[in-house]
Ligand binder design. Structure first.
Ligand SMILES: NC(=O)c1ccc[n+]([C@@H]2O[C@H](COP(=O)([O-])OP(=O)(O)OC[C@H]3O[C@@H](n4cnc5c(N)ncnc54)[C@H](OP(=O)(O)O)[C@@H]3O)[C@@H](O)[C@H]2O)c1
Length: 242
């Protein structure tokens, strides 16, 4: 189950975890198509990755757009879904003040977007191929006021199990990352980043954030793991053990 010669589509691959998966897959001899909603981000990522990377633009919140994207792509081996947004995820509020209509939006990209991508991608996945979705340790370790985010990340894990039944023998798995030092945290935390990282990871078995390339190993493993389906691989520095 080597990656050499495989074609891998990464939705959300213009930055962060998806970009690190793209780098790892290219190093393993694969061809990569990375896609996300912002054309200039995609273009910059493809330029950094070199000639074996292709780019595409897709907004996973628009099903017709997703359908057109996959219809024009041709066959491939693995679909990796790391697309996500952060604004709502960072907006915690006491339950009594929760804006239900706004918080429904937390499911738009990471849950419904993932389902839309798999719906329109699966007929293009070659024999022996797989799908890898992305959850998060918030599913297992809720904090104060994270209830909707926790539910959404848990729903991604259960979606993985349901899809594994529907799509067999295509394998469907998920990676559940813990705190990972992707570039989005610079934007979200600014100069407070390192202190916040220390606070968020001090009780973990490995008291530091993961590096994107470390977490990418879980995605690369699941592409190669030919007898594994319906599973969630946690890569979280031991955060969920203690
Ligand atoms: N980093 C962590 O600590 C961590 C921990 C646990 C879970 N996670 C989850 O892992 C996933 C990846 O995280 P990350 O740190 O790599 O974040 P990231 O760098 O922000 O990557 C998310 C990607 O999603 C794309 N995207 C956003 N909206 C989209 C849309 N409507 N359609 C298609 N693509 C869209 C973004 O590109 P465009 O702007 O070009 O669309 C971006 O490339 C997220 O779901 C995140 O919640 C991350």
């Amino acid at each position: 189950m080597a990656l050499d010669g495989k074609r891998i589509v990464i939705i959300g691959g213009a930055s962060g975890l998806g970009y690190a998966v793209a780098e790892g897959a290219l190093a393993g001899g694969a061809q990569v198509v990375l896609a996300s909603s912002n054309p200039s981000k995609v273009e910059a990522a493809v330029a950094r990755l070199g000639p074996k990377a292709q780019g595409g633009v897709v907004d996973v919140t628009r099903e017709a757009h997703v359908a057109t994207f996959f219809a024009g792509l041709g066959p491939f081996d693995h679909l990796v879904f790391t697309a996500g947004d952060w604004n709502l995820a960072m907006r915690g509020a006491p339950l009594a003040e929760t804006e239900l209509d706004a918080m429904r939006g937390l499911f738009e990209i990471r849950f419904w977007g993932a389902l839309s991508a798999v719906k329109h991608a699966h007929t293009h996945i070659r024999s022996g191929g797989s799908v890898i979705l992305t959850g998060g340790t918030i599913a297992h370790r809720p904090g104060p006021n994270t209830r909707v985010n926790t539910a959404m990340a848990g729903a991604v894990e259960h979606l993985t199990r349901g899809l594994a039944v529907d799509l067999a023998p295509i394998r469907v798995n998920a990676v559940c990352p813990g705190l990972t030092r992707t570039e989005i945290w610079d934007e979200l935390l600014g100069k407070d980043r390192d202190a916040a990282f220390r606070g968020m990871t001090e009780r973990q078995l490995l008291p530091r954030p993961g590096e994107p390339e470390e977490v990418a190993q879980a995605y690369l493993y699941l592409m190669r793991a030919g007898y594994t389906t319906g599973q969630v691989v946690l890569t979280d520095g031991g955060a969920t053990v203690v």
